[in-house]
Design a protein around this ligand. Structure first.
Ligand code: FPP
Length: 245
């Protein structure tokens, strides 16, 4: 696959995508290439994550969703899972002031099942403290699966039908959308996946119906603001028709 990240175009700030999703992939391979444990790649991955979030915020991006841990990632060795959760916990402590100062709203999407109480409390705290900010929202997909999210919406609607508050004929795509993890969670316009993989991996299945995709061979720990610029610049050159002509 060609490395589409070599030149340095600047994205037009006047027509940014409303919502960008990033699958932060390649930490393990980055570490392996250097003879380091996979967890060393995750530690660098967190640093890159912070840099990209604040760069995106400075660009004026409204919504950014990052895939931090999928419902399938529980299949990994326990020691790696523990380290990822620890890094996330630490990241919240270290970045909270910056999120507050930079007015970045943090929301977590995913299931709360299997997450530790200490981490859940911390997630709740950072969400409560930053909920007031509206310019840039960072959604952290943690213990997230797109199929699980759609199932969650289906169950909520089924419950309303059983309780007699909704009739199946009144279920529309808009109503399904409103019953996902966040009622106001917009469709994603651009999905960025580094590391050479070209798949969605259960990320934002519902929200990506008309998403544009951008791939690169660069591994997440090597991902730089210029890659984000490039991805958005490339997105801006595309012609989105949403099924029309
Ligand atoms: C992908 O690389 C990374 C993960 C599955 C999880 C960890 C993500 C981070 C630590 C980034 C920072 C996130 C936050 C919000 C703290 P991989 O392990 O799948 O790499 P590989 O495909 O090379 O094995």
């Amino acid at each position: 696959m060609p490395d589409n990240s070599k030149t340095k175009p600047i994205a037009d700030r006047s027509c940014l995508p409303n919502h960008v999703g990033i699958i932060m992939d390649g930490n393990g391979r980055w570490a392996k290439k250097r003879g380091l444990p996979r967890t060393a790649g995750h530690a660098v991955g967190v640093k890159v994550f912070k840099k990209i979030v604040f760069y995106a915020r400075d660009m004026g991006l409204k919504n950014l969703t990052v895939y931090a841990f999928s419902t399938e990632n529980w299949k990994r060795p326990e020691s790696e899972i523990d380290r990822i959760m620890q890094l996330l916990d630490q990241m919240i402590d270290e970045a909270l002031d910056d999120f507050m100062n930079q007015k970045v709203r943090i929301r977590f999407i995913g299931s709360r099942e299997r997450l530790g109480k200490r981490l859940l409390d911390k997630m709740d705290r950072v969400m409560a403290l930053t909920e007031q900010f509206g310019d840039t929202t960072l959604y952290i997909a943690l213990n997230y699966g797109g199929r699980q999210e759609i199932t969650h919406a289906a169950a909520a609607l089924a419950r309303k039908c059983v309780e007699g508050r909704l009739s199946p004929e009144d279920i529309t795509p808009e109503l399904v959308g409103k019953n996902l993890y966040y009622e106001d969670f917009d469709s994603v316009d651009l999905i960025i996946r580094p590391s050479g993989e070209q798949r969605l991996s259960n990320f934002l299945l519902w929200q990506s119906a008309y998403a544009e995709f951008w791939y690169s061979d660069v591994l997440w720990p090597d991902f730089k603001p210029e890659h984000l610029e490039r991805a958005i610049y490339d997105y801006q050159q595309r012609n989105r028709r949403f099924g029309g002509i």
